[in-house]
Design a binder for this molecule. Structure first.
Ligand code: AMP
Length: 400
């Protein structure tokens, strides 16, 4: 069966088509500037057909999906003989609230629940739903599957997910920690348990998803026990442009100082903060590494703050789980920066972490980077959220 995987943003739509026979990608692409003008880059994979890369008119997500489907079956750029070959569509959905602990076949009730979570994911959930509805219209009868970024974290105990604010905000307004990047944490923690040959019961893994957005998870017995992002993705370690955890009083202080609203202040803390703001250089860790090597002290400080925050979470989660068997690094920084990994792990020898410097000198591939005599095994595991979405979609349509 072929599965189309969609990641719809407010003005963009990323897609991949998997042949689930051997879990290979047969096409991928990106629609950009939806609602502005429009551009489609469509890449057939492995069949020798050319890349389509051109401006197109995308007033809504509907036209973007129609253009993608047209390319998938076209003589010149296509990868399937007809749309009948696509057995299901898997959609990445940011926020499933407390309702969903697993991926779901999209029904009217599921769409209502995605809509109910608009206040919790105001930028992403409306776009995710637009992607689902555009596919429903363009591919009637093809099962649509929603895969939630929050679902994996739903196993957290209340002591991990509650905030100490008046209880009515939890009861009436669902204010609590949800966590994000769940599909990634789920995939790499399961891979770690598999490659380490650990029994799932009793396993204790810390997963570090370090990319433009970064989050940490404590995975105990194969289930999420705690995670660093919260009600929204702003909490946790400092990120490319997000501040991570700060004293909430900072919000009022800055908003009074600048004469801007709480919402404008939060936009600043989401988009103009993090390592970008501390360094004054860039949100991209490659630029920070370069600037720090050239003696830029603020770039070095931003890197130090990031590494320190990640290290603190590893220590905290080891304590939370009563021990540690494995640490996993994934996503753009986690997979590609030996320097960041080495600096994060510095000082964790007391926990039983011993790095193999030579093995750590790797990028973008599954690799054990701890020494043979390290009690805690450390791995780089490239994440693959799209494959998890395709697998979930296949499992749901074949079961139902
Ligand atoms: P992601 O959000 O997972 O796509 O990660 C993107 C981020 O990964 C970029 O903004 C960079 O900060 C980081 N990154 C990618 N390649 C490297 C590299 N070779 N060294 C350090 N950081 C990298």
């Amino acid at each position: 069966m072929k599965i189309l995987v969609i990641n719809a943003g407010s003005s963009s739509l990323k897609y991949q088509v998997f042949d689930m026979e051997n879990e290979t990608i047969i096409a991928k692409g990106l629609c950009e500037r939806i609602g502005i003008d429009g551009h489609l880059k469509h890449t057939p994979v492995g069949n020798g057909k050319p890349v389509f890369d051109s401006d197109m008119d995308f007033p809504t997500h509907g036209e973007a999906i129609a253009a993608v489907l047209d390319k998938l079956v076209s003589e010149e750029y296509g990868v399937v003989a007809s749309m009948d070959e696509i057995g299901a569509v898997g959609h990445r959905v940011l926020h499933g609230g407390s309702k969903f602990i697993a991926s779901q076949l999209v029904t009217d009730a599921v769409k209502d629940a995605i809509r109910e979570c608009f206040p919790l994911g105001p930028l992403h959930n409306p776009a995710n739903l637009m992607g689902i509805e555009a596919c429903e219209k363009a591919m009637p009868g093809v099962p649509q599957i929603a895969v939630f970024d929050t679902a994996f974290h739903q196993t957290m105990p209340a002591s991990s997910y509650m905030y100490a604010v008046p209880y009515k905000y939890y009861e009436e307004n669902h204010v609590r920690r949800y966590g994000f990047h769940g599909t990634s944490h789920r995939y790499v923690s399961a891979e770690a348990i598999r490659v380490m040959g650990l029994p799932v019961e009793g396993s204790r893994i810390v997963t570090c998803h370090l990319g433009n957005g970064s989050s940490m998870a404590a995975v105990k017995d194969g289930k999420c026990f705690d995670t660093s992002m919260g009600l929204t993705p702003l909490e946790g370690v400092p990120m490319g442009t997000r501040c991570g955890s700060v004293d909430p009083a900072v919000v009022e202080f800055i908003s009074n100082l600048e004469g801007i609203s709480v919402s404008e202040t939060l936009t600043m803390l989401n988009k103009k903060s993090g390592v970008l703001a501390v360094s004054g250089v860039s949100s991209d860790f490659r630029d920070l590494d370069k600037a720090a090597a050239e003696g830029n002290e603020r770039a070095q400080l931003a890197l130090d703050m990031f590494n320190y925050a990640v290290r603190k979470y590893i220590g905290a989660y080891a304590a939370a789980m009563g021990g540690l068997d494995g640490i996993v690094f994934t996503a753009g920084i986690g997979e590609n920066s030996p320097e960041v990994r080495a600096n994060i792990l510095k000082g964790l020898e007391f926990l039983g972490v011993k790095l193999d410097a030579e093995a750590n000198n790797c990028r973008g591939k599954l690799q054990k980077i701890s020494a043979e005599d390290s009690r805690v095994q450390v791995y780089v595991i490239p994440t693959n959220e799209e494959l998890v979405i395709a697998r979930d979609a296949l499992a749901i349509v074949t079961a139902g």
